[in-house]
Structure formats: C-alpha cells, structure tokens
Write a protein that binds this ligand. Sequence first.
Ligand code: PLP
Length: 360
Amino acid sequence: MRAYNFCAGPAALPTAVLEKAQAEMLDWQGKGLSIMEMSHRSADYVAVAEKAEADLRKLMNIPDNYKVLFLQGGASLQFSAIPLNLLGKNNKADYIHTGIWSEKALKEAKRYGDINVVEAGIQDQDGKLAISEPSTWNLSKDAAYVHYADNETIGGLQFNHIPETDKPLVADLSSSILAAPIDVTKFGLIYAGAQKNIGPAGLTLVIIRDDLLGQAMDSIPSILKYADQAKNDSMVNTPSTYAWYLSGLVFEWLLEQGGVEAMHQVNLAKAELLYGYIDASDFYANPIAKEYRSIMNVPFTLAKPELEKQFLAEAEAKHLLNLAGHRSVGGMRASIYNAVPLEGVQALVNFMDDFAKRNA
Ligand SMILES: *Cc1c(COP(=O)(O)O)cnc(C)c1O
C-alpha cells in the first residue's frame, strides 16, 4: 500500500504519475527501451522535453519573453549561479532574510558581491514569527536585483505578498511553485529545486526574463551561464533526463486536476484543516503568525516534547510518514505539497487528535 508521505523533500509524488512511469518503464511508447536509456538529443526525447516545458508554460502562464531552463545542482547551486549571472557592473544586490534558506542564499552571494541584507523575519507581539512591514526595509537604490525566498520550508514562514521593487525580483520558489497561481511578470527570475512540488530530485527549474541573460561575469562556468543554457535548450551538457520526463508527467497530471488554481483550492482546504485543528488544540502549537503561515510546510510542537519519538513511531505505524521537523529546528513538520491529498491531511488530523486524547 502507499502511505501518506509528509516529507519536506524529496517529497510525495502523485500515485497516478508513478503508475504511468512504471507502465512505460521498460518499453517507452513501444520503442523497446526506457526513456532514461535514450539520447537527450533524440527526436523522441526532445519531444518529451518540449512538451514538459509547454505544459509548465500553460500551468504558470509564462510569457514568451521568459526562458524556462531545466538545470541540475539543486536550488543550492542557484545560490551561486544567480549572483554570477545577475550582479552585473553594480556588483550589488539586496537579499531579504526571513529564515534558513534565504540565509543560505545570501551567504553564497556574499562571496561574489556587495550584498545588502534586509532583516525581515521578526517576532510579533504574541511571540509568533512574522515578516516585517516592507515600508521598514532598507532596500538599496542601486541593487542589480532583489532576492527573497517566498516560502521558508524549514520554518514554515511564507510571504503573503510579492515584494514591491523596481529592480529585477529574484524568487526562490522551491517549496511553493505550482501551489498557488503567481504573476510571473512580477519576477526577473524564479527558481525551484524539483523535489518539493515538481518532480524527483536532480532537476532545478529556472524561469528568467530575456533581458537578464546578457550580464554574466566572464569567469562563470558555461554550465551555470543562463544565456548558454537558454541558447542550448538546457542541454549544454546531458540534462537530468529522467527527472525532466517525470516532472513532465506531473505537469500533465496538474493540468488534468484543473491546473494551479484548482490545486490552490485543495491546498487551502488542506492547510485550513490542519492549522484549524492545531489552533483548536491545547496539545499542539504552531509558531507562525497567521498571516504568514506556509500552506505547504506546517511545523508544530507537542505540549509534551518528551513524547515526540512515540508520536513519530505511532504515526509511522499508521502509514503517516516523515513528520519529524528539520534537524536544525526539531519538533514536527507536515509538508502538504500538491501530491498529498486532502484525505492524507484528514488521516493526519485524526491521528493527532487520537494521540492527544490518549496523552493529554
Ligand atoms: C529545499 C530548498 C532549497 C534547497 O534545495 P536543493 O535542491 O536541495 O539545493 C532551497 N530553498 C528552499 C526554499 C528549499 O525549500
């Protein structure tokens, strides 16, 4: 049987997608070989790759003046690729700091340029984590770009707005891409590791506006250079062909579900169910101010932390997997990405309620 998987990443994939991949594993479309045994330059594979891009463009309404790149190295390699490509002559950028991932991004960027850090993670009057008023941010006048992480996957803190700036806006959407509709035209660059809400690990999406392609540092490796990757359809070298194919199956599945708007409605229902239960309970608590709660990653603590191990063991016995919080913060975390159905969240809430009643 398939368990409900609340892993933050690599995360749950839709069962229907895995079944399709399984069915065509040995003999893809009657060609007598699997897709991962094919040349990335073959007409068959190129058609798969192009279809994945076309479906993603449809799902996210990506305008023609944006390139979509299917790269490797994870979101973490983009922490370096972004400054190397975009710092330009000014060599200056603003980084909005709200948690662990935005901090990792700014630490890498500091190796290459003059980075102005905007401290935007705050505690509100009730001691909950929140994001400060944008009017208080010390954004610079001459930054080449402004970077932020829309959803802090570890902390469970998420922006409820797109930051306003007249500079190119660069967003780490690793754990929030395709969870809700976004207006791509507000961004200069969007990037996301695939293993949260797109597909398997090994693929990284970069969506970049054309006018930002020409300002990379001379010393940049060509694999990291967006202009080179764009010119070569993300095939400067062998791409992560299987992950690209499987992500394409996920995009087809998303279109079948009604697209990103329909997924967003389900995601809101899932988040309301889980946060609603936590808020009504004396046994569980979530540390984030309501307006900035992630709809994808829900951290929570137990009133009796000494019961955490027991909680995880009993959850696993009920086929509710990977609920431990990130090793750096502890506690619990339920990641409820697109592939986790509402029934999975209901099963989690039922278990949490039963556990609380037995251990209060
Ligand atoms: C997971 C994650 C990353 C790191 O992704 P890798 O693909 O492992 O490098 C970066 N940013 C955010 C917001 C993430 O959730």
